[in-house]
Design a protein around this ligand. Structure first.
Ligand code: K7E
Ligand code: CUA
Length: 633
């Protein structure tokens, strides 16, 4: 934390102390939590400030010190992913994905446009769920996946360079929301829910007949980033998670009424947790027992409820459930009630019997603890405790899973451990390593949707407030407020030992394989040549860069030419990134050390146009420039 952050935290903690409700001081906690289900108890502002100060003292990150964890934050409808340092909460980097990014040229360069594929013209996206690939239920540091709800996409980020390398536009469905990875035996698949129901195919038929709409559960081959298969379901799918055997995935599902308006979707008292038997679908697909929809070749199987298929079971849970989270010991799925003050605990090893027809759907439920108003998402500390966000109550509720199950069985035990106010209205929360077998119970982040009065006012649009909480002891303690821009729905935190990034690019990187191919056809070596190749009205300009010069101080084109500039950065020095921008042509991109980047534009105005390096690289960075001379047609 820097000094300003430190001060603002201290100030806000003090402010907080005077207005809190339901906070338990360290000394009062255990006694009070045993006394009854309602946790009341108020620390004086001085006590609270002291407790927070002590907690903060343990996590102070001095300037120059490195964080213990990487955090990957969704950027919501900004369309990007952000890398945070935990516990400092410093924003380390942004990874443009579904958005356009002026600094790096993402969405403008030919390399990024190739990755964006058939959705290249979409420059908006709504990212919710960033999740890392795993081997045997543990992060492997290889890929990070992220969904886009607006354009129905899933993208992959390569964690060695922290750049998006694949983007898949998912056919036959609309609005990818919940997304998680297969945890075991490894991330062979990415699971994602399409939320909105549409006609199939969606080609203008059945517009006025919502009874013919449906949506699907989508399974992506993680390595190829191609569709593996889709499963038709009833209702609207919301969030999803995978288990620790590799056989099951489970999605919360609202609108069991299959209505099209809010009133229609609210009639039933219960909706569902839909459980998918991934092995059963794989078997059917391998045996050719599937259909396809419209022009799409993706295998589709029917997992609707009335089909009573081998693929799905619909477990009734209180209506409109939201988050679904697998406990790190693999024993339970926990479905979060949203409109119900409860979460529903489903015992994973009972699913075998459920699918075999030996028990009924509700027999898999082993607990349904009442936690508070608006439970949305649950995280875990690896010590048997769960942490559930209460959206309406603006709290994190810490509770014990074993005790909640005992209480469901009639034992007189209190499963509630503590309720901590957060500021305000939390959506997701997440613990360090908490969605893996390595859940280490050190930190929890509450992604609070409203910041209200916590920061200096910046106009009608407020930042959100990501709060860092120490969960290593018996008591949760608030450490830090971090304002964030729209909108980190979800995040994940991984120990830094799991991530190995490259310091500079390697020349054989697939990211610029296409540029190499094109150069080869032109008889050009990217690393050595500085050349202009004319090909009718198309002009390809090949240029190298070494701080503080480009390989060419000028090049000529003709008005009306379609120009592609390839820059290969020959610098071998870590952190010496060059840029390439041409005045008046919407051209601006990043070229990392040992990388090639290319960009195509129309030279439609005669005259002199300076190009220059816009990433500060050298004492003579300002001088790193040249002229594009556009001759009159
Ligand atoms: Cu709860 Cu999109 Cu995961 Cu928002 S979702 S909070
Ligand atoms: Cu090269 Cu600035």
């Amino acid at each position: 934390m820097d000094n300003n952050q430190e001060k603002s935290t201290e100030k806000s903690l003090t402010t907080l102390g005077m207005s809190r409700r339901g906070f338990l001081g360290a000394s009062a906690a255990s006694a009070a939590s045993l006394a009854g289900l309602t946790l009341t108890g108020v620390m004086t502002p001085a006590q609270f400030a002291q407790a927070a100060k002590e907690a903060r003292a343990n996590v102070h990150i001095e300037p120059g010190e490195l964080d213990e964890y990487y955090g990957f934050w969704s950027g919501g409808h900004s369309g990007e992913v952000r890398i945070m340092g935990i516990p400092s909460m410093r924003e380390l980097m942004r990874i443009p994905v579904f958005n356009m990014d002026a600094a790096t040229g993402w969405g403008l360069t030919n390399e990024s446009r190739l990755i964006k594929g058939d959705s290249v013209d979409a420059v908006v996206g709504d990212a919710h769920h960033p999740h890392m690939s795993m081997v045997d239920g543990r992060y492997d540091g290889k890929y990070l996946f992220i969904n886009d709800k607006i354009h129905t996409r899933v993208a992959r980020i390569r964690c060695d360079v922290m750049k998006c390398d694949k983007m898949l536009h998912i056919p036959n469905v609309q609005a990818i929301h919940g997304m998680r990875v297969q945890k075991v035996p490894y991330t062979k698949y990415v699971f994602c829910n399409a939320e909105f129901r549409i006609p199939h195919p969606n080609d203008g038929r059945d517009l006025n007949d919502p009874t013919k709409y449906h949506t699907m559960f989508n399974v992506i081959d993680a390595e190829k980033m191609e569709m593996a298969f889709q499963v038709i379901v009833d209702g609207n799918l919301d969030n999803t998670d995978a288990d620790y055997t590799g056989r099951w995935a489970a999605s919360t599902c609202y609108n069991s009424e299959e209505g099209a308006t809010l009133a229609e979707t609210m009639r039933n008292e219960r909706d569902w947790l839909v459980v998918f038997d991934i092995h059963a679908v794989e078997k059917a697909v391998a045996a050719g027992k599937f259909i396809t929809i419209g022009d799409s070749k993706v295998p589709v199987v029917d997992g609707r409820k009335k089909q009573k298929s081998a693929f799905t079971r619909y477990i009734p849970v209180p209506k409109s459930p939201h988050g679904i989270n697998t406990s790190p010991d693999g024993a339970y799925f926990i479905a979060n009630g949203k409109l119900s003050p409860t979460v529903t605990i489903i015992q994973v090893d009972k699913l075998d019997d459920l699918f075999a027809g030996k028990i009924s759907e509700r027999d898999t439920v082993v607990g349904e603890p009442e936690l508070g108003l608006g439970p949305l998402h649950t995280a875990f500390d690896g010590r048997g405790n769960a942490y559930t966000t209460l959206f309406i109550d603006s709290q994190i509720c810490k509770w014990n899973i074993k005790d909640a199950i005992a209480a469901y069985n009639g034992d007189k035990v209190n499963y509630l451990r503590q309720k901590l106010d957060v500021h305000y209205q939390p959506g997701h929360n997440h613990t360090t390593m908490g969605e893996t077998r390595d859940a280490d119970g050190k930190y929890l982040v509450s992604l609070s949707k409203f910041s209200k009065d916590r920061f200096l006012p910046v106009g009608p649009l407020h930042p959100e407030n990501d709060q860092l909480i120490d969960i290593s002891g018996d008591e949760m303690q608030l450490l830090h407020d971090g304002p964030t821009y729209a909108e980190p729905h979800d995040c994940m935190m991984v120990h830094r030992s799991k991530i190995k990034t490259k310091k500079i690019w390697t020349r054989d990187d697939p990211m610029f394989a296409e540029a190499r191919e094109i150069a080869k056809k032109d008889g050009v070596t990217l690393e050595g040549d500085n050349k202009v190749i004319r090909d009718g009205k198309k002009v390809r300009v090949y240029m190298t860069s070494i701080a503080p010069t480009y390989g060419m101080t000028e090049f000529n084109v003709k008005q009306g030419d379609e120009v592609t500039v390839f820059i290969t950065n020959l610098d071998m020095v870590e952190d010496v990134t060059h840029g390439f921008a041409i005045c008046e042509h919407n051209v601006c991109m990043e070229i990392g050390p040992q990388a090639t980047a290319s960009i195509t534009f129309k030279a439609d105005k005669p005259g002199v146009y300076w190009y220059y390096c816009q990433w500060f690289c050298h004492a003579l960075h300002m001088e790193m420039r040249g002229r594009m001379l556009v001759e009159k047609a």
